[in-house]
Design a protein around this ligand. Structure first.
Ligand SMILES: Nc1nc2c(ncn2[C@@H]2O[C@H](COP(=O)(O)OP(=O)(O)OP(=O)(O)O)[C@@H](O)[C@H]2O)c(=O)[nH]1
Ligand SMILES: [Mg+2]
Length: 356
């Protein structure tokens, strides 16, 4: 899973990125507009994987991974060009979800916080950016028509784009549109920003962290939101002494690490579930979207497994714990053979049979 941090300059994106990844990317009091994005991959430490490793004693244990990308701040008007172009845009398009960081602390340069306005501004920048893409493409289609190339495919595309344009002009993101399978396919290549799932990270000052319920409710009317005390949590993530870190967290009323909280929040918001593969060589966690099928899960492991898919041998993590062993699972009749279209459940343990 790839999550991209976006937000206005000096909202604390890099600070939060550092807190989550234990990186030491440079934090600047001045808007860093030309900087290349920071990238980091972190493991999702999962106690169920730890449990499975205790049972199977594999040579290797692999957790699911989340890739974080920290972009330079988007300033006013960036939707029309600059910050949404070049490398940054290419990377933004590749993310599975956007985390919009909103400043909720006073800043020497930017003044008092204005979280709701900031959120609306970024939402608008993204609408404008998508609208520009739609309009540009519509102009191209018109030129094709003028040259007599009025194909059915182009007409279908035009129809979908006009629908999207109306929606965006009504101040609504693409993600709230109901599109059928064909329409989805037509627009997939555009990678609209407002189609990406978006969560808000309210980056609060440590002095008022945990006391922003009204604000979070207000943000929640538009986007799923979670509160961080970015600066504080970055310092925490750097403490060598874990007991000390826990004590500070308790003082602040923070129950779990920033990384833990964001991971869980992202999984539930995006509708991700985990499945596992087990064996003497490797115990491994994988991530898919709720509703995806056995053959899609196979494809996450390797494209060959989906191409040559025969069936999935399957049992659930909970059954394994309850029955004590794989043998027990079989004896109790909980071991299943599933076909291509089986909808994978959270915590399924899969073994894909395939033939190329
Ligand atoms: N008080 C307080 N200050 C913070 C917090 N997070 C970041 N800052 C400060 O805000 C300034 C900007 O932080 P960055 O993390 O570099 O912000 P950014 O969003 O990455 O900025 P750009 O990359 O320039 O867009 C720095 O001076 C930070 O120390 C926070 O949670 N509380
Ligand atoms: Mg930054």
């Amino acid at each position: 899973m790839k999550i991209g941090f976006i937000g206005l300059p000096n909202s604390g994106k890099t600070t939060i990125f550092n807190a989550l990844t234990k990186s030491k990317a440079e934090i600047t009091a001045y808007a860093n507009t030309r900087g290349e994005p920071n990238l980091a991959v972190v493991e999702v430490i999962d106690e169920r994987v730890i449990r499975l490793a205790e049972i199977y004693r594999p040579k290797k244990t692999t957790y699911a991974a989340i890739e974080f990308i920290d972009f330079a701040g988007l300033s006013e008007g960036s939707g029309k060009g600059d910050a949404f172009s070049g490398t940054a845009m290419g990377l933004i398009k590749g993310v599975d979800a956007l985390a919009l960081v909103i400043r909720n602390y006073p800043d020497d340069l930017m003044g008092m916080p204005s979280p709701l306005q900031d959120m609306d501004q970024i939402d608008l920048e993204m609408l404008v950016s998508d609208l520009a893409i739609v309009e540009k493409r519509l102009e191209r289609i018109a030129r094709f028509y003028q040259r007599g190339q009025k194909t059915e495919a182009l007409q279908t595309e035009e129809k979908v784009l006009r629908k999207i344009s109306a929606h965006l002009n009504g101040n609504q993101p693409v993600r709230t549109m109901e599109l059928n399978g064909e329409e989805e396919k037509v627009i997939r290549g555009f990678q609209f920003l407002t189609k990406k799932p978006l969560m808000v990270i309210l980056n609060s000052h440590e002095s008022n962290f945990g006391r922003n319920e009204d604000l979070l409710d207000e943000i929640g009317k538009k986007h799923g939101a979670i509160e961080f005390a970015g600066h504080f949590e970055m310092e925490l993530s750097r403490l060598e002494d874990k007991a000390e870190a826990l004590m500070f967290m308790e003082d602040m009323g923070i129950e779990r690490s920033a990384r833990d909280r964001l991971t869980h929040f992202a999984y539930s918001l995006l509708g991700y579930i985990s499945f596992f593969t087990v064996g003497a060589d490797e115990v491994r966690a994988w991530t898919i979207r709720r509703g995806e099928t056995a053959v899609e899960a196979a494809g996450v492991i390797h494209s060959d497994l989906s191409k040559g898919f025969i069936r999935a041998e399957c049992f659930s993590y909970n059954d394994l714990l309850e029955c004590g062993s794989e043998k027990g699972v079989r004896e109790k009749g909980r071991f299943r053979l599933e076909g291509k279209n089986y909808v994978v459940k959270d915590l399924d343990i899969l073994s894909i049979r395939f033939n190329l």
